[in-house]
Design a protein. Sequence first.
Length: 718
Amino acid sequence: MYPILGVISLIISIAMAALIIGTTVHSIRKGGEILTKKNLYYLVPAFLNLYFLYFIASVYKGVDLNFFYMFSLINTVFEVMKCKVDGSLLLPICNEYTLFYVDFVMAYILGVVTVILSFACFFSRRIGNFIRVKSLLKNNCDVVVGDSEYAVQYIKNSKNALLLAPDVASRRYADLIKQGIPTVRVRLEPKALSARLKKGGYNVIVFRDAKYSYTKVIETFKALDNSGNIIHLEANQQEMKILKEKFITKADNDFNLQITGFNNYELIARKFVSDYPITKFIPRSFYNDNFTLKGDKQIHVVFIGFGKVNYQLFRMCAMQFQFARQEHGKLAAKPVQYHICDNQAEKLHNEFFSKILFEFDEDFKDCDFPKPEKICELDICGLDINSVEAKKKFKALVNADSFTYFIISLENDLEDASYAQTVKRLMCSDDNYRIFVRARNNSGEKLNELSDRIIYFGEEKKLCSNENIVNNDLTELAQRINLLYNNISDPPEWLKKLKQSDGVSAAELGKVLDEKLNDPENRKYMQSKWAALPYIEQASNLYHALNLPFKLNLLGFDMVKEKEGNGGITEAEFNERYKNSGRLSGYKDYSFYFETQSSNVLAFIEHSRWNALYILYDYKQMKKKVIVEKKEEKDGAVVKTVPHKNSAEKLHGCLTTYYGLHDLIKHKYSELCPGQQFNEDDRQVAELSKIYRYDYMDLDRLYSEITAMGYIIVRNQA
């Protein structure tokens, strides 16, 4: 009888071992977890198997099996599972039947393993979370403040981020850990944070839906002992302006905390204009040889629905989509025509419409220099989009002499997609249009596969990542341009040597800068100089970088991330379309600025884009009477200057037409050289013509700067 019982026990042990191993392997394959609650299921069978063996050993030894003895065996088995074995009871049967040695060893191992697994399944996630948090903090991870939908999505989209959850409940904390979200529960106070965020140099992300006071977050991180932290707040332009003015002042400019802002809708708009610049799709037949638009061609952008997304898109497109035409041997602006369609009257009234339709004329009605061109043509339509009038209007905008963007953002994805099909049906076989559909796409479906004329954009969950908020490539390009080409007082030695690298191409300069920026301290320096810029200059540099895809596609090129074995065009091929005779002479010939080569067209467009930005940021043209000579001492010498901007009062002399800049230069010359005839060959004129030259020098670096950032330039295949 005893050998049979020994075999039964052995079979039970082998079956349990197989089940535990099978459960673990299945769990790893399915979800990557070794420890799960399923391990608890084996605790009772393992206990009963050991109890069964001790009971058999007791019967064999002839022990009196009364109730109290049977009850005491429970404690004996518990002791075994705690690694305390009572050998006196086991030895007799094991000596008689060797099989029981194997049975007890197997049962013992299973008992200990199931106990360890049972305890571990309760604590493993917390231990794993602790280890991950420690590792992330050592690697200067992104710290997302506050448990919220967007915070969790950001961490899921980013490899090096953790959640700082000051007031999260225990149940929610356990849920976050279960989702694999590295989480730290610590009070939002300097003393408590300092113990966790010892190193400094963290990117701190704060989303609006976390519902934390931005002032409290800034004040808390400002009071930390460490340095180099950068706070990224979800805020619109006006909010950021107020926060910057409050916390970054001349009197309080010595603490090591930088503040930047982002806005989900602006992120959508930024990605839209960089991914889908309108020049990417306009037929090449619409352009002259120098990439001006032909006089009989029209560009339309139709916004169907005007909620938060399309409002931000309109603002971005109005600044970024600027064209030129040629008229009587000169360049002139060719404004895009925008059509805003919504049947809700309150959405058709905002500060940008007021700025374009009324305030623009008021602000520039009494100018000393030529009035800047219109930012755009604006048609506000209080239409029901399902009406006959609306559909007739949309159909009339698409023809052989016009190209039209339809941008649809209504109440939900299904309504957007449905109306896109309606618009497409209206157009029959016409090709001169594209339909862009806002798609939140929370289900993560694959889009943009059914039709090349209907393009989906604006998936917020994909935008909510380190790549878009912290380390956006085009933002970094703007930071690099500021570092290399703007005047920075007392630069560190490494930067001074870079700036003095005469005869080094922009591509080589970019590679050297890459090496320097591998040092975290140098990167912090670049970011600090960027953060110190006035907000308008940050915006100007950023939107200039965002406009690169627009300009490249205007020339018939595009920029894509470089991949192994995937080569782009050469700089010689680029220069076949980028015509610039001025750089050959170092821009000594002043008359070059008024030619109509492709480089002149790009510079003209760049000035129009710059004008639009400053106008929408409430800047006005500076009067001649305040653009006067000033003397200041520099390096022991008296230097005469004629400043033509005042950021505090939002005045700028360059807010005029491209050709009006010539009048500004003449006026500055008359102040510096009173009584002298304006002479294009004068050294002073050459110095003042930097107003023009800066744009051309930047355009000349276009190919090198883009390729130095890890992009390649390819021919437009759209």
